[in-house]
Write a new protein. Structure first.
Length: 724
């Protein structure tokens, strides 16, 4: 609005309003080149009058601005400080700023004339008058320029940003020009001492700021207001507000007691009920009363120093005015926001009706699809691809996974994916990536039920655009857990058969060969009695070996078939271990047994545990070396713990779990200690069938191997087996 283009628009508006032609504004191109665009703009604003009617209006406004400036200056100078040129509040500053914002920069001569006349009246030297006049004029021009060109100022002050711009740019910055030039002029003219420069500059600056924050807002709002409500209720309320404001201001600002805060509720009333007009008018009234009482030496702001008194009064009126204007702006913005919301509400209702009709059609289609999905024998789940969350499951899916109605809706899809080599989240991300790339995915996945049990499903997935959830994948789940388990059992059975045949081909052939050879040799006539006895011992030993091997195979077969149900009873762990040691064929001296005193009973099948310990002792016997096998029996509050330690080559960390698999021979087979690969599998089967567990204690290999068996104590309650 402050450019020459803006001035042309104003002239055009004058022409339309007055039905007169406006002469063209002189071309400013050459002048811009010499003096710059801003200076050209000021010159055009000062001289761009095209018609007699326009000139008359311009002259009238010049006279009005000058006269008003002069009159309010005389009023302000009645409370002058420092040789009648520095005042507590300088109303002409606000008048000059409002005139240039409302009517444009071209009225600056009116400001200059009014300032010259007002300061000439004070009797200061001409050079001082000219300096102060220049400062006052530049102050108004700088303030108007900053507001119009920098801040995009709206004179109605209905936005918080406009109030803040008025406070900072006009009230804070532009007034520094007048204060600096004016005080400098007074000093040059010898009107103030050097010691008074700072206090004079401060009072001048705050006085001009008061004019910008009190007088200018009132004039700007009056010029922007289209009309005042004439409703009786509003008129009555306005009169009441005026009376209360004047009364409270007089009472609080004339007394020495600190009661000025009582004015703020009245200012809030004015701002909220009467907007910027009420706030600006109330600020002027309060400021006039406050400055008047302070200048006359009464009120809460009076101090021993006039300088301090003026500072306190100026600060108060500034804060009161800013508070009221900001509150009114906030209330107006809130009102406009509510109006915008009401308008948007109407548009939204139309859109809602249209959207509702569309949703009804979509819902009808979805209901049909939902009815189809709900009656499917397979589990169906819909997952939103944007966040991988479940948006629908049919009843079959909920029953398949053990959830109640609606429990899965909104949950991440990872809750139904069992963690394997990859986490559930990684598996879901991999499936989403494949769906985005190919649109379909099919495969076997391991899912997990609500109770944590995992099971296998055949899954077929595809994507589609859901009307509510956007890109969505539909997944059809078929429970194939029984099939997968049957396949696993078949694979294990095939593996067992293959391994069994391989073991039989070696482990059975070796003792049978020895028995056959010994039998044939003993039948020779040349064999003496001693040699026949040695051969008979070989036959007995190898037959015993075959018997043990057959017994192990039978035990393992029963364990694999789940037919080794234990017959639990309360028994002594020491008796079980003694019975197992008796099966070591005279090698009991290589075992060292130590036990805690008064061991409690265990609740287990003693015959099964006897076979388990016998197999464990037989395994340890092969690695005895120069050290005995140590058997340590201990008990705590809940379990019996038996440790069997040998000083053999130890067990590699990678073999500690596999060592209990059927027919698996660990590192011991490489060192010549070859077994059947059945003993430790039988130990694990019988121990777990009786509610216990067996594991290899992690020790360095050079310390041998320590097997730990934990068994439940006799508590009088049934014990559940860990494995069948």
């Amino acid at each position: 609005m402050g450019s020459s283009h803006g001035f042309e628009q104003r002239c055009c508006l004058d022409r339309k309003r007055d039905h007169l032609e406006v002469e063209a504004i002189p071309d400013e191109t050459a002048v811009r080149g010499l003096f710059g665009r801003r200076f050209t703009h000021l010159m055009a604003a000062a001289t761009g009058v095209g018609t007699r009617r326009g000139f008359a209006r311009y002259a009238g406004r010049l006279v009005l601005v000058s006269a008003t400036y002069f009159g309010t200056a005389k009023l302000g100078l009645t409370q002058a400080y420092a040789q009648s040129s520095i005042t507590a509040v300088w109303p002409p500053t606000g008048i000059a700023l409002a005139a240039l914002i409302i009517w444009g920069y071209r009225l600056w001569p009116g400001v200059a004339l009014g300032a010259f006349l007002a300061n000439s009246w004070t009797g200061v030297p001409l050079v001082t008058v000219l300096g102060i006049t220049t400062g006052n004029t530049l102050e108004a021009l700088v303030g108007a320029y900053l507001l119009r060109r920098v801040a995009g100022f709206q004179p109605s002050l209905e936005r918080v940003r406009d109030v803040l711009a008025l406070v900072v740019l006009a009230g804070g910055i532009s007034t520094m020009v007048s204060a600096t030039v004016g005080v400098a002029s007074l000093r040059i003219g010898g009107e103030i001492d050097g010691s008074d420069i700072w206090s004079g500059w401060r009072v001048w600056w705050l006085g001009d700021m008061g004019g910008d924050l009190l007088v200018a807002p009132l004039l700007l709002v009056l010029a922007s207001t289209r009309g005042v409500s004439r409703q009786p209720g509003r008129i009555l309320e306005g009169g009441a507000l005026l009376g209360v404001l004047v009364a409270v201001s007089i009472v609080t600002l004339s007394a020495q007691a600190p009661l000025v805060y009582l004015i703020f509720p009245v200012l809030i009333w004015a701002a909220l009920r009467f907007g910027q007009m009420g706030a600006a008018a109330a600020g002027v009234i309060v400021a006039g009363i406050a400055v008047g009482f302070t200048a006359n030496g009464s009120g809460p702001f009076v101090r021993d120093s006039l300088d301090d008194s003026l500072l306190l009064s100026q600060t108060f009126v500034g804060v009161a005015s800013i508070t009221a204007l900001l509150l009114a702006a906030v209330a107006r913005q809130l009102g406009r926001t509510m109006q915008a919301l009401q308008s948007a509400r109407g548009s939204l209702e139309v859109r809602v009706r249209e959207r509702t009709a569309e949703l009804e059609r979509s819902n009808a289609a979805l209901e049909l699809q939902s009815a189809i999905a709900a009656n499917m024998a397979e589990g169906v789940v819909l997952v939103r691809m944007s966040d991988a969350r479940i948006v629908y499951v049919n009843r079959t899916f909920e029953q398949m996974f053990g959830y109640g109605r609606g429990e899965l809706e909104g949950a991440p899809v990872g809750v139904v994916n069992a963690a394997s080599e990859k986490s559930a989240e990684e598996m879901a991300a991999e499936i989403v990536s494949a769906l985005k790339e190919h649109g379909v995915w099919s495969g076997e996945v391991q899912n997990v039920k609500k109770d944590g049990a995992s099971f296998w499903c055949q899954v077929n997935m595809s994507t589609f655009e859901h009307p509510l959830h956007g890109q969505t994948w539909v997944s059809v789940h078929t429970d194939i857990d029984e099939r997968k388990r049957a396949e696993e059992r078949l694979e294990q059975s095939d593996l067992l058969k293959t391994t069994l045949l391989r073991a039989v081909s070696h482990d059975f052939r070796s003792p049978l060969t020895a028995i056959t050879a010994a039998g044939e040799a003993s039948a020779l006539p040349s064999m003496n009695l001693q040699r026949r006895q040695e051969l008979s011992a070989i036959i007995v030993r190898e037959a015993d070996r075959l018997s043990r091997l057959v017994a192990k195979l039978l035990d393992l077969s029963r364990l694999q078939a789940g037919a080794a149900a234990p017959r639990r009873l309360s028994c002594s762990i020491e008796e079980v271990i003694d019975a197992a040691l008796e099966q070591m064929s005279g090698d009991t001296e290589i075992f060292e047994v130590s036990a805690d005193p008064e061991l409690p009973s265990i609740y287990a099948d003693p015959s099964q545990l006897e076979r388990a310990f016998a197999n464990l002792f037989e395994n340890a016997r092969r690695f005895v070396g120069d050290h005995p096998v140590e058997i340590r029996i201990q008990a705590d509050e809940e379990r019996m713990v038996v440790r069997v330690a040998d000083r053999g080559p130890g067990i590699a960390e990678s073999d500690r779990e596999r060592i209990f698999e059927p027919f698996y021979r660990g590192a011991g087979s490489e060192s010549g200690h070859r077994g059947s690969g059945l003993g430790l599998a039988i130990v694990k089967g019988f121990v777990e069938a009786n509610g216990g567990r067996v594991f290899v204690e992690p020790l360095p290999r050079e310390q041998g191997a320590t097997f730990v068996i934990e068994l439940p104590l006799d508590s009088g309650e049934p014990v559940t087996a860990l494995s069948q």
